[in-house]
Design a protein around this ligand. Structure first.
Ligand code: NAG
Ligand code: NAG
Ligand code: NAG
Ligand code: NAG
Ligand code: NAG
Ligand code: NAG
Length: 611
């Protein structure tokens, strides 16, 4: 009846088309409203000892909700069943709401993204080695203690994971060495005793991810290099005669050189963003497995975004999983984040974990810049080439129709820079922009780069042979005034000098996230600080910072494993201490730089030497 009416004439044909279009739009709207996302359903303490039984109960709950076993199976991403009970599943918002109503469900939250707590400063200097230390022998260097690291994976062939002189694998260990892309189960040894990877949450979040095309390894192998750096800082073995570009030399080691390492890879390199992301659902599974495997210490150099939002913090963070880990006796050490120096930027603020800030090493690299008017300005660089004699100086924004912003130097005609030293300004806190600016100036025939930025501390990664000097905005403005005051501005740059002061870090570094704890100001955070600037450790040969498998990074990512290493040592001495006892020992003895309290001495000296 309707049909014949619609087909009776042209105008009716048009209205029928409109109707169909409207229907499609309505259907699409319904689908958009029903977008499926990974949610974490947290059920608290597990109700059964048998993990199979726990998983079965998760499937049952999901089947009841979704109407079939098959749908439940397709929706399930992870079942958390060792350390606590819960699961990650692909759900619509309304399904998530329904499941949250169930009495046995504590909370349901959408999956969240975390990042590495590292500022990428592969600065071209700084080397520390350490020799065997008597204090370490008391603790047997952390032997038998297992440090679990949740990060970007590990490069198992690195010398830092050699197992020379390391005893048999601890009996309590129940973990494994999972094979995968370029990773064999035999790649573990008595030092690196475990390696697992968790990617299902990442795949659900990045539906277009092509594992064939990705340079990352779909296994516990580390592409980025961060995880290898963190693991070797916490528990790397002795590696004799490490030198960085021929500068200095010595024995490199982690905080607890006989401790065992277990890597849980939950962070993946994503080409589209040229960076690493970590999904809460993957991290939660890593925690669940680490609890099953028997780690003693968990070292987590990952942070969420600030500000912490009340509705997402405690539930959205992997802090709930960590609560169970701590209740089981595992000491958990997390990075406080690199969002300083503003107040209330600290992350990982749960009271049951140790939250770590970063300090500087008291060391700087003054580099004299002499202007044509004989004014000398001290910048920061790691330039070891010959003195650059009087050279033309240019601010590209003045010289031609182009930019004075470091990130936009590539908009400049090359002619502006050839044979000259270039001044640019940036607000970028990362070094990626600087690295590409320097490389552009070099290609364009420039002879040097002066970067005006705040903070100055991060030395630009321009190579030792290319003067690339950082100064603050005030000095940058001074230089610009000089350029504008004369027809032919010139500059001279001398090689950098190294200034070392006291051996123990004395200042919290500017980037280290500060308290107070914005979630609960009464809970003081961060708990402790350790060196986190220009830390040399092992890395992946695929990392841009790698020089012969070693590299330098800065961040609370680096100070965190320093503390994990110290805890591994203390754990050797006091296997019966609770996580609270370790936390107490660390926060009540760590603050004195030099006093003859033995444990304080132990902490400080070890922290210093592991850097
Ligand atoms: C993934 O990348 C490989 C290599 O570039 C390509 O051959 C393949 O078609 C891609 N797969 C998908 C699903 O895009
Ligand atoms: C240490 O390494 C340097 C350069 O790599 C080498 O010349 C030197 O012989 C090594 N020293 C020892 C004791 O192995
Ligand atoms: C100056 O730069 C802008 C932006 O790059 C461009 O649109 C414009 O054509 C340039 N003018 C001249 C004279 O080169
Ligand atoms: C400018 O530099 C780029 C490299 O950054 C180079 O590819 C290009 O050929 C140069 N252009 C001129 C005109 O020299
Ligand atoms: C990563 O490093 C390994 C070992 O040096 C090399 O074989 C591999 O090709 C590198 N991968 C990429 C994507 O560069
Ligand atoms: C610590 O203090 C003592 C006594 O004041 C001094 O002799 C020693 O050199 C100091 N140690 C360090 C590492 O500063």
């Amino acid at each position: 009846m309707e049909h014949s009416k619609y087909c009776s004439g042209m105008s009716n044909y048009v209205s029928s088309t409109l109707l169909v279009l409207t229907l499609i739009i309505v259907l699409n709207a319904a689908r958009a409203g029903a977008e499926v996302k990974v949610h974490i359903v947290y059920l608290g303490e597990k109700q059964h000892d048998d993990p199979e039984f726990v998983t079965e109960s998760h499937h049952q709950m999901l089947s009841t909700l979704l109407g079939s076993k098959k749908d439940a199976h397709d929706s399930m991403v992870y079942s958390y069943r060792h350390g606590f009970s819960g699961f990650a599943a692909k759900l619509t918002k309304s399904q998530a709401r329904t499941i949250a109503e169930l009495p046995e469900v504590v909370h349901v939250i959408p999956d969240g993204v975390y990042e590495l707590a590292t500022t990428r400063t592969w600065d071209y200097l700084g080397l520390s080695g350490a020799n065997p230390n008597n204090l370490l022998t008391d603790t047997n260097m952390g032997d038998q203690v297992i440090i679990g690291v949740i990060d970007t994976g590990v490069w198992p062939e690195s010398e830092s994971f050699n197992d020379k002189g390391v005893g048999p694998i601890p009996r309590k260990w129940k973990g494994g060495c999972e094979s995968g892309e370029n990773f064999r189960s035999t790649d573990c040894n008595r030092k690196l005793i475990g390696a697992k990877y968790f990617i299902k949450g990442f795949l659900a979040q990045n539906k277009g991810f092509n594992s064939t095309k990705s340079p990352d390894y779909i296994s516990a192998r580390d592409f980025d290099g961060h995880g290898t750096h963190v693991a070797s800082t916490a528990g790397g073995s002795f590696v004799p005669n490490v030198s960085y570009k021929g500068l200095a030399g010595g024995t490199l080691r982690g905080g607890a050189p006989r401790a065992r390492i277990a890597m849980y890879k939950a962070c993946w390199y994503l080409e589209e963003v040229d960076g690493v992301t970590c999904l809460n659902s993957d991290i939660m599974k890593a925690i669940d497995e680490a609890m099953h495997d028997g780690v003693d210490v968990l070292s987590i150099s990952l942070t969420g975004e600030v500000p912490l939002l009340p509705e997402t913090d405690l539930s959205n963070e992997f802090a709930t999983g960590l609560f169970h880990a701590v209740a089981k006796g595992i000491v958990v050490v997390c990075a406080g984040g690199n969002n300083g120096p503003e107040a209330q930027t600290v992350t990982n603020t749960a009271p049951w974990i140790l939250t770590v800030a970063a300090t500087t090493l008291d060391r700087s690299f003054p580099t004299p810049i002499t202007l044509g008017n004989n004014k000398v300005i001290l910048g920061q660089a790691t330039y070891s080439g010959p003195e650059l004699g009087l050279t033309s100086l240019v601010y590209p924004a003045d010289a031609e129709n182009s930019s004075g912003v470091c990130e936009s130097l590539n908009l400049n005609p090359n002619s502006t820079m050839a044979g000259k030293v270039v001044l640019c300004f940036t607000t970028s806190r990362t070094n990626t922009a600087i690295a590409s600016a320097a490389s552009f100036v070099k290609t364009a025939g420039g002879l040097g780069l002066i970067i005006s930025r705040n903070p100055v501390y991060t030395l630009a990664p321009c190579g030792d042979d290319f003067p690339c000097v950082a100064i603050d905005y005030e000095l940058g403005t001074n230089i610009l005034s000089y350029i504008r005051s004369t027809k032919s501005p010139v500059v001279k740059i001398q090689p950098s000098k190294t200034l070392s002061g006291q051996p123990v870090g004395t200042k919290v570094v500017h980037f280290s996230s500060r308290g107070p704890n914005s979630m609960s100001p009464a809970i003081l955070k961060p708990d402790i600080a350790a060196p986190g600037v220009r830390i040399l450790a092992a890395t992946s040969p695929n990392s841009t910072m790698s020089v012969g498998g070693f590299g330098i990074l800065s961040g609370t990512s680096m100070s965190t494993p320093a503390i994990s290493g110290v805890i591994a040592l203390l754990k050797s001495l006091h296997p019966d201490w609770s996580p609270a006892a370790f936390r107490s020992a660390i926060v009540t003895t760590g603050y004195l730089a030099n006093r003859s309290i033995r444990r304080a001495d132990l902490c400080k000296r070890v922290i210093w030497q592991s850097s």
